[in-house]
Design a protein around this ligand. Structure first.
Ligand code: DX5
Ligand code: ZN
Length: 215
């Protein structure tokens, strides 16, 4: 299991120390939530701050766009060369075109589904992406309660990936902790995002190990 701490719950007054700490604690990716105040009722960080994070980070960036104008925001972040750049399918009229655009920059494209969006909407996209992110909360804020409906969606997505013989990772985001990680693993998740659980813990390393199911 790969773990991607969401820096939304980090101490932004000490961001450099927080990034160093999660990298040393054994995370695999750094999850960055970009919110525009339109697609979601929250406003977070732009390329200036993410660029500063990229300079300090020793792990690859996983940028999650929660915005209305995906191409505009993708063009702001693609030069920073994240490992993954993901966008919401609910907000994109031409997802295949944007996927191509992201890939041309040597960045791995991924699609995000809100809790209510069915996995069947990926039928003709799944071959084209490197990752699907399933939201297990309504996007917009850290520290919300996990929605168990995601378990069935992970299984349905795993089935779709196998049926299409696609090479695509499954990431889950929202309310993830050491208690639900085993069932998420069993259902078929590859990457777990966790913000509040990691950053509110006394030991980032222990919290990350708990999600990785390493005891
Ligand atoms: C929610 C964000 C998540 C969030 C996860 O819109 O996409 O990445 O920060 O935080 P927790 O783990 O606290 O739910
Ligand atoms: Zn996220």
């Amino acid at each position: 299991m790969y773990v991607a701490p969401s820096i939304l719950s980090a101490d932004f007054g000490n961001l450099q120390a927080e990034i160093n700490a999660i990298c040393e604690a054994g995370c695999d990716l750094i999850h960055i939530d970009v919110m525009d105040g339109h697609f979601v009722p929250n406003l977070t960080i732009g390329p200036l701050v993410v660029n500063a994070v990229a300079k300090v980070a020793t792990k690859p960036l996983d940028i999650h766009l929660m915005v209305e104008n995906n191409t505009f925001f993708a063009d702001l972040f693609l030069p920073l060369k994240p490992k993954f750049l993901t966008f919401h399918i609910e907000e994109e009229k031409h997802p295949l075109r944007l996927i191509d655009h992201i890939r041309k920059h040597d960045v791995s494209p991924g699609i995000v589904l809100n809790p209510h969006t069915p996995v069947s909407s990926l039928e003709h996209i799944i071959d084209e992406v490197d990752m699907v992110l399933l939201m297990s909360v309504n996007p917009g804020f850290g520290g919300q309660s996990f929605m168990p409906l995601v378990y069935d969606k992970i299984r349905a997505l795993r089935e779709l990936i196998d049926r299409k013989n696609a090479k695509c990772l499954i990431e889950v985001d929202g309310g993830v902790n050491g208690l639900n990680a085993p069932e998420l693993d069993e259902a078929g998740a590859d990457i777990l995002v966790a913000g509040n659980y990691i950053f509110s813990s006394n030991s980032y390393a222990e919290a990350i190990r708990a999600i990785k199911l390493e005891f």
